[in-house]
Design a protein. Structure first.
Length: 94
């Protein structure tokens, strides 16, 4: 376990799913400055990747002909850092 920037982990995983997202949803990034946490980088990355893939799948399934929106938010509060990934139901014509 080492200290890692949560935002960098998120950006790395977004890069991995770039081709999956580009015709499905716009990404809305709401990321607080550098957020360091002591973690296994690969395990946290895998969790974030799975959440992103689930959000992409949900957007595709709900409205396959429209462009959705996925918001990725990172923030800190007291002694923890958090990452939220949400898909929104407002749609933009492709």
């Amino acid at each position: 376990m080492t200290y890692n920037d949560l935002n960098q982990i998120v950006e790395d995983e977004l890069m991995l799913v770039k081709n999956e997202i580009q015709f499905v949803a716009e990404i809305n990034r709401q990321m607080e400055g550098q957020l360091y946490l002591l973690c296994n980088r690969e395990e946290i990355g895998q969790v974030i990747l799975n959440l992103l893939l689930n959000a992409i799948y949900a957007v595709k399934k709900m409205r396959p002909t429209f462009l959705g929106e996925i918001t990725v938010k990172t923030y800190s509060s007291e002694n923890c850092v958090s990452c939220q990934i949400k898909r929104y139901r407002h749609w933009h014509q492709r």
